[in-house]
Design a protein around this ligand. Structure first.
Ligand SMILES: Nc1ncnc2c1ncn2[C@@H]1O[C@H](COP(=O)(O)OP(=O)(O)OP(=O)(O)O)[C@@H](O)[C@H]1O
Ligand SMILES: [Mg+2]
Length: 257
């Protein structure tokens, strides 16, 4: 049974083809780092994987539940995924506290109008907040927090229900160096110890190099999965270019079928 399989996915946004062909498969609990230049379609691909954007072709399989282009995205798949959106799309003006935002990561998986919070909601929230070092800011409005604190609150929201799959869109941006390492260690433990699968977008090639089992390169309308054995090749390729000109263009097609 695969954990995630994406096949022949084509995605259009605003009348433009953003992803022409994404095909990759992850068969065991893995730490997958997604890299690619600005505007390449990383966020678009992740939003499609959680059903926020409908693909025009192809299919997505999450733990053997399949959704094809044109079909309604099943709630049963969404329940398996914890999603952290890229921070620039959050509406800061909504007057919610950090605690309320973390709790919304549990509530979104319950069926309204029968929504009853689990009795242990406080311990779930306090536990994840403690692990991310945000227990002392849970009472504050989200809008009052620093960029890095907001990132951690959104990460806690994605993690609070302990989902099988975590899809995290730039969770490390704005986060200080010490917290970055702590978060990466925490996520790696989730993969190694608890058998979760993490997909994490970053622009930090070092993170891709040092922490991932796989690197998913998104560029030129394609998404290509490299196993960790090939990460060195990816890195060598990237380092040929000055940082500002780095373009990620996979030259081979070794997606893991
Ligand atoms: N709602 C939208 N309407 C029109 N075009 C969009 C929309 N959302 C994204 N796009 C376009 O789709 C392309 C891919 O955007 P996306 O946000 O997926 O890129 P990204 O790889 O996540 O970039 P970044 O590294 O900057 O986050 C871009 O050209 C963007 O302008
Ligand atoms: Mg993005």
């Amino acid at each position: 049974m695969s954990i995630i399989a994406v096949e022949d996915l084509k995605i259009c946004v605003g009348g433009r083809v953003i992803i022409q062909d994404a095909t990759f498969r992850i068969d065991e609990p893995s730490f997958v780092v997604i890299i690619g230049p600005n505007g390449a379609g990383k966020t678009t691909l992740l939003k499609t994987m959680i059903g926020l954007i409908k693909p025009v072709r192809g299919c997505i399989k999450i733990l053997d539940r399949v959704v094809r282009a044109g079909e309604r995205y099943p709630r049963s798949i969404r329940k398996l995924i914890g999603y952290m959106p890229q921070r620039d799309v959050i509406n800061y003006a909504v007057p919610l506290t950090a605690r309320e935002i973390v709790i919304s990561g549990i509530v979104e998986n319950l069926t309204l109008p029968r929504t009853v919070l689990p009795r242990d909601v406080d311990s779930l929230v306090n536990n994840i907040a403690g692990r991310l070092g945000i227990d002392n800011i849970l009472h504050k409005f989200f809008d009052e927090l620093s960029g890095g604190q907001q990132q951690k609150v959104l990460l806690a929201r994605a993690l609070v229900k302990d989902p099988r799959i975590l899809i995290l869109d730039e969770p490390l941006s704005n986060v200080d160096e010490m917290s970055r390492v702590e978060i990466l260690e925490f996520l790696r433990d989730l993969v190694r110890r608890d058998g979760r699968t993490v997909l994490l977008v970053t622009h930090d090639v070092e993170v891709a190099m040092s922490w991932s089992d796989y690197v998913l390169l998104v560029n030129n309308g394609r998404a290509v999965l490299y196993s960790s054995k090939m990460i060195e090749d990816v890195n060598k390729f990237l380092r040929q270019y000055p940082e500002k000109d780095r373009k990620i263009v996979p030259s081979r097609s070794p997606y893991c079928a």
